[in-house]
Design a protein around this ligand. Structure first.
Ligand code: PMP
Length: 398
């Protein structure tokens, strides 16, 4: 009898479990469309030139590694604010945004969740159905009851917007609503600008607490375009949370670079909020790491590197879009009769392909093509070498 005798084996993370299965697969044609990672046309994880340039600069004047302040690198936090709200925006100029560096986008969400639990201890959390699975786990772990609002409409191949709006309308005041700012994960379906206006009107009228998860800024339509949603919330006069991730947009997955920003009513309030975010961070992991934050701050704050980053981000975005089109064309050429053009109306890294569990299992076992049972595929892992094989294989299971 040990302390751990009664500890049960926890379920495997479904996506990481898929990875293990993929790694063990001996099929030479295997393709991993399971994970949310961008690969280049050679199937390689990119190391961006702007990141390498920033690291070279950093190595030219090496610095000792003392502890960072609890809220991270000041130049990094300032760069995040400018990116999320706009450098010349009123919130940035008036100093009413509280921003803290986080351990990836997940860390940003976690800091926000823990702070919200102190602020609104009895509030519920609403996430989309479906959502990034960690949303539920993370807010549950922070002590919240997490419920879903309708989002994906399989029959319509789009968003059940009426259902979503009705659920928001029925939510109690204070309810925390986690919204994907762009590139909805897992479906790939975003709501339109006009629909955002309706969501914002309900959020305002019902006094809900908006939490924007911005894990893919720049992967949808562009940095500014994807950030426009934030501007809409600002224009509506709302106070809200935004988590940022640079995992994808800088291809810095393992450096864990992200942030939490909280828009407050004025600077004095932002100072008070930041002091409380620091309490949360201190008790969780004390302070963030130096390397990734320095890379991102160097790139964002050095005009030539910033331009290079925007160029590289554009290349990633354009390549994903091209793969969507190739997938649609390739499926048609491979004999798929049903209209698959919805794939090009989706945005970001993922596609809800409409394939069911049986079809996804067959794709794995017979063809070595790995996506989730829900039919989610990472289009950012398609390339000119694997696309024909993927299309031909899908055509055989559909
Ligand atoms: N939110 C969403 C919607 C995501 O897809 C992800 C990454 N898969 C994150 C947050 C977390 O980002 P990070 O890896 O930077 O923690």
């Amino acid at each position: 009898m040990s302390l751990f005798t009664a500890v049960e084996m926890a379920p495997r993370d479904p996506i990481l479990g898929l990875n293990e299965q993929f790694n063990a697969d001996t099929n030479p044609n295997k393709v991993n469309l399971g994970v949310g990672v961008y690969y280049d046309d050679n199937g390689k994880l990119p190391l961006l030139a702007c990141v390498q340039a920033a690291e070279k600069l950093m190595m030219e004047s090496p610095k000792a590694r003392g502890y960072l302040p609890i809220d991270g690198i000041a130049a990094y936090d300032a760069a995040v604010k400018s990116l999320v709200f706009g450098a010349d925006s009123e919130p940035v100029k008036s100093g009413r945004v509280a921003t803290a560096q986080g351990i990836g986008g997940t860390g940003g969400l976690k800091i926000g969740a823990d702070f919200l639990k102190k602020l609104l201890p009895t509030a519920k959390v609403l996430i989309s159905d479906p959502s990034w699975e960690n949303h539920r786990a993370l807010f549950t772990q922070a002590g919240f009851v997490v419920e879903t609002h309708p989002y994906y409409d399989a029959a319509k191949r789009g968003v059940n917007f009426e259902g979503m709006l009705a659920a928001l309308n029925a939510a109690e005041a204070g309810t925390i609503v986690v919204l994907h700012a762009c590139c909805h994960n897992p479906t790939g379906y975003d709501i339109t600008a006009a629909q955002w206006d309706e969501v914002i009107a309900v959020v305002k009228a019902r006094k809900l607490t908006p939490f924007l998860d911005m894990a893919y800024q720049g992967f949808g339509h562009g940095i500014k375009e994807d950030g426009a949603v934030v501007g809409k919330f600002v224009a509506a006069g709302l106070c809200f949370f935004v988590s940022t991730s640079f995992s994808k947009s800088f291809s810095l997955y393992g450096e864990r670079v992200g942030a939490l920003s909280v828009l407050c009513e004025n600077k004095e309030e932002a100072d008070r909020v930041l002091s409380n975010l620091k309490l949360v961070i201190r008790a969780n992991y004390s302070n963030p790491q130096i390397h990734g934050g320095t890379v991102v701050a160097t790139v964002l704050n050095t005009p030539a590197l910033r331009a290079q980053w925007e160029q590289e981000l554009t290349e990633m975005r354009v390549r994903i879009k091209a793969m969507r089109q190739k997938l649609v064309d390739g499926l048609k050429a491979a004999g798929v009769k049903q209209d698959m053009s919805f794939i090009t109306t989706q945005i970001g890294m993922f596609s809800y392909s409409g394939l069911n569990k049986d079809q996804m299992v067959r794709l794995r076992s017979e063809f070595g093509i790995y996506g989730t049972d829900t039919g989610r595929m990472c289009v950012a892992a398609l390339n000119s070498k694997n696309i024909d094989y993927v299309c031909a294989s899908i055509a055989k299971v559909i």
